[in-house]
Design a protein around this ligand. Structure first.
Ligand code: NOJ
Length: 532
């Protein structure tokens, strides 16, 4: 493989700006706070930072309801602050990816205000307006993605029609069947790429194309409210705009739990560069399930399609909580960190996963999200509360969401000082990947290595690394014909108790290697003639 592109080399780190760092003491994270903590990103060797939306917004969906695509919400700072952030990141060799939310706007966006003002307004058709059924029900049976919202339609008494919203009623869906909408959204892409942004994460890409006849889902062989055939040409036209600028990328949130349908958005080299694979995110903690998730991409994707591996974001319960087995601490979150780093593909890291943060407890009177996603959006604890106060270095004010209970132990400052911490492990993993072409571009072959063990071989020239994850809570040996014969040295282990770390003198036989409970390891194969 040729030299990797920047977006293939190392991790893309997701910042959820509200919860990263608060620079002005109002309890909500902002661009100033982020700029003050860029060392954290440098220490994690991230290739790029992806910012969840910072655009002007009434915050009905915490920024995913955009009222102006080309500015910054005062809560986060100014456009000049964002320019400065981009410059600061570039100076450090960190690329910047912004969140582009093309499926919908805020109901306060001037386009929607015009559209809802009258049936004959020139912008009426920029959104999806329909008459209801004669008995007063919505135009069809489509439901909002958020269970608590119910129908995906809201009645507007002023003009006597219903408008479509795939999410909250404050997020009306744009009508992408209207070429003026498409052109206006292409201009938004040009605005940001022209400003020096390195890429865009496309929010809810699967929603960009729906059945233009708006037929109900019930009884249909497939859903009519998303993933319509027109999506792919629409995406190709977006890609052509992106390709007007050098070295820029688009990563798609393709929220479909059907791998071939997700991969369709990566096909042909003229659609996405990277796709978030939610099939992978929803896997149970089971070696066989992960094996088939990884094999699935390898066998179904086109050879040039590049995988993106991610297991956490701001919409899903934290890795440490989701895979919690009750008593192993963050062992599984640590194993995940090694897995994402060692798989062929681009790892995505959600802020706080490098600390092994669990979900926060949110008391009922502090719940703010319509869809139960507050626990994974809890602010980053930077410093011990015993020293920095209850804001834990995130804020000097009152944090907009409670911090995790274990902030004292899990905060960045404490973990940075402890070589056995999850943060230290993730930094070591990142440094290793940054220094190892084999981890960036080496070939990958999955191995049968015994029950509960997920193992794979990476090769580049004569170099070979074997990665293995023990999904069991008891020790498991590397077993079977597929495991190469010969000696190995432990390059990295996620088990803080392992003592033979980097003791090359103590190199051991690969086929006698035993993984500790929930341990993941990266082993260097020492004998050149053991290749399979
Ligand atoms: C996906 C985003 O990640 C989520 O936070 C948001 O609520 C929906 N898209 C709607 O924009």
């Amino acid at each position: 493989m040729a030299a990797p592109s920047w977006w293939q080399r190392g991790a893309i780190y997701q910042v959820y700006p509200r919860s990263f760092a608060d620079g002005n003491g109002d309890g909500v994270g902002d661009l100033l706070g982020l700029r003050e903590h860029l060392d954290h990103l440098t220490d994690l060797h991230v290739e790029a930072v992806w910012l969840s939306p910072v655009f002007p917004s009434p915050m009905a969906d915490f920024g995913y309801d955009v009222a102006d695509f080309c500015d910054v919400d005062p809560l986060f700072g100014t456009l000049a602050d964002l320019d400065q952030l981009i410059a600061d990141c570039h100076e450090r060799g960190i690329r910047v990816i912004l969140d582009w939310v093309p499926n919908h706007t805020s109901d306060r966006h001037p386009w929607f205000l015009a559209s809802r003002s009258a049936r004959d307004d020139p912008m009426r058709d920029w959104y999806v307006w329909r008459d209801g059924s004669p008995d007063g029900r919505p135009p069809n049976d489509w439901r909002s993605e958020f269970g608590a919202v119910g129908p995906a339609w809201t009645y507007d008494p002023d003009t006597g029609q219903w408008y479509l919203h795939s999410y909250t009623p404050q997020q009306p869906d744009l009508n992408w069947d209207n070429p003026q909408v498409e052109a206006a959204m292409h201009d938004v892409v040009r605005f940001w790429l022209g400003r020096g942004v390195d890429g865009l994460r496309i929010d809810a890409l699967q929603r960009l194309a729906k059945d233009p006849l708006l037929r109900s889902n019930a009884g249909a062989a497939r859903r009519h409210d998303q993933d319509w055939e027109t999506a792919h040409d629409r995406l190709r036209r977006i890609r052509r705009v992106v390709d007007e600028y050098r070295g820029r990328i688009i990563v798609g949130e393709v929220y479909l739990l059907d791998l071939p349908r997700v991969l369709a958005y990566l096909q042909g080299g003229d659609q996405l560069h990277l796709a978030h694979n939610f099939v992978f995110l929803h896997l149970p903690w089971d070696a066989v399930a992960f094996r088939s998730g990884i094999d699935g991409f390898q066998t179904l994707a086109e050879p040039d399609a590049w995988p993106a591996w991610f297991l956490g974001n701001h919409d899903h319960s934290r890795i440490d909580t989701r895979y919690d087995d009750g008593d192993s601490g963050p062992a599984r979150a640590r194993a995940v960190a090694l897995m994402l780093t060692a798989l062929r593909g681009t790892p995505f890291l959600y802020q706080g996963d490098e600390l092994g943060l669990p979900d926060a407890e949110i008391p009922p009177d502090q719940v703010v999200d319509v869809d139960g996603r507050d626990p994974e959006r809890s602010p980053i604890p930077w410093r011990p509360p015993s020293v920095a106060g209850p804001g834990a270095g995130f804020t000097t004010g009152t944090p907009w969401l409670p911090l995790v209970e274990a902030a004292e132990r899990l905060c960045v400052e404490r973990q940075a000082a402890d070589p056995r911490s999850t943060l230290s492990l993730v930094r070591r993993l990142a440094a290793l990947r940054a220094a190892s072409p084999i981890l960036q571009t080496g070939e990958q072959r999955m191995l049968d290595a015994g029950p509960d063990v997920l193992a794979w071989l990476r090769t580049l020239g004569s170099e070979r690394l074997l990665a293995a994850v023990n999904f069991a809570t008891e020790p498991r040996p590397l077993l079977g014909e597929d495991v190469p014969d010969g000696r190995c040295a432990v390059l990295l282990s996620t088990d803080p108790g392992r003592t033979d770390l980097s003791v090359t003198a103590g190199a051991c036989e690969l086929r006698r290697f035993t993984l500790q409970p929930s341990e993941a390891v990266l082993l260097r194969l020492l004998d050149d003639d053991t290749a399979q």
